[in-house]
Design a protein around this ligand. Structure first.
Ligand SMILES: Cc1cc2nc3c(=O)[nH]c(=O)nc-3n(C[C@H](O)[C@H](O)[C@H](O)COP(=O)(O)O)c2cc1C
Length: 212
């Protein structure tokens, strides 16, 4: 590991703690990994995030790899995989996106999934859904640009994004292990703080915009 290189970039200070009533039910978080690679470092990051998440969040991956390319000609005859995507989002209380940066944007597979779930017109699955964005890359800006692109899409589809803190994770295979273990205490604390803030963001949003 190169000690001179930060393991994350642009970490904003956590906000004040949200004083919300004790939540007795677990919140269902659907998480979407933007990479289709079997060796995805973003899937490793998702495992690490889940491992340090606070109690009260239950995680289910929402797969995006089997979706055909979006075509509006199919708006009246959605393929089963696209219907399954919309159903999975509908049954989630919140969404967490963990994605690589591809050519300073988001992977086509992720954009394709967002396009499917945002349609047919009038049936946008993301409307008012609490959402978090995070990602990792080997480079030292750690998906910072890709995350902004994703945020642009999520704004348009009216997801209720957590805007701070941001977390741009520079991947280090000695720190973020496929088992979910994070071997560096400071890096682990960053992920744990991010997930704590995410939980509080989800509760804030659901307090005023409850899901079914
Ligand atoms: C098509 C393509 C474009 C990429 N563009 C970027 C980029 O813009 N910024 C970056 O930091 N890394 C970029 N990378 C490198 C990825 O960060 C790296 O492959 C990473 O492992 C992808 O995440 P994953 O392992 O979860 O698939 C790119 C990789 C590919 C295959």
């Amino acid at each position: 590991m190169n000690e001179a290189v930060p393991r994350w970039c642009s970490w904003s200070e956590p906000g004040p703690s949200f004083d919300h009533p004790e939540v007795s039910v677990a919140r269902k978080v659907g998480y979407i990994v933007g990479s289709l690679s079997k060796d995805s470092i973003n899937r490793i990051l998702s495992t690490c995030l889940i491992a340090v998440a606070p109690d009260g969040l239950e995680f289910t991956e929402i797969p995006i790899g089997d979706l055909p390319l979006y075509n509006r000609d199919l708006d009246n005859d959605y393929p089963a995989s696209a219907t399954a995507l919309k159903d999975a989002i509908a049954s989630s209380d919140a969404l967490l996106f963990i994605t690589p940066e591809y050519n300073r944007s988001i992977p086509g597979a992720l954009k394709n999934a967002i396009d499917w779930a945002s349609r047919p017109w009038g049936q946008n699955s993301f409307d008012h859904v609490p959402a978090g964005v995070i990602g990792t890359s080997p480079g030292n800006i750690g998906t910072a640009v890709g995350q902004q692109t994703l945020r642009l899409c999520l704004s348009f589809v009216n997801a209720r994004q957590m805007t701070a803190p941001e977390a741009y994770i520079q991947f280090d295979p000695e720190i973020y292990l496929p088992t979910g273990e994070v071997t560096d205490a400071e890096s682990k604390e960053v992920l744990a703080s991010y997930m704590q803030e995410f939980q509080e963001h989800v509760e804030r949003v659901l307090t005023v915009l409850p899901r079914n």
